[in-house]
Design a protein around this ligand. Structure first.
Ligand code: FES
Length: 112
């Protein structure tokens, strides 16, 4: 079974174009990105050695991890260059009345 919920994370003015910031949603830490006025969200922790992607460097539609320089494709979370090999989870984002919302689907099987 799974359930899906929309979570408000911040106002569009709180994240400048071309930047990322970390946001907490429940017990998750997400990285929120503004690329050319479109917003994206992924898990904030790198799948390689758990550095914070929100402290990394955006290049085009990729984020470079600040620790070892691995890169992920922001819209999909897919690994883009070594040493990262495992995708980071990407979340659907919606903007409603200038507020940014992230949709988080919880799978029962995911819970520990
Ligand atoms: Fe991100 Fe190593 S912790 S590439």
């Amino acid at each position: 079974m799974s359930s899906s919920e929309l979570h408000r994370v911040c106002h569009v003015s709180e994240i400048a174009e071309g930047t990322a910031r970390g946001v907490g949603v429940g017990d998750r830490q997400l990285a929120l990105y503004n690329i050319g006025g479109t917003f994206y969200a992924t898990d904030d922790r790198c799948t390689h050695a758990r550095a914070y992607l929100s402290e990394g460097f955006i290049e085009g539609d990729t984020i470079e991890c600040p620790l070892h320089g691995g890169r992920f494709h922001i819209p999909t979370g897919q690994p883009f260059s070594p040493p990262v090999r495992v995708a980071v989870r990407a979340y659907p984002v919606q903007v409603i009345d200038e507020e940014i919302y992230v949709r988080i689907t919880e799978n029962e099987a995911e819970r520990e």
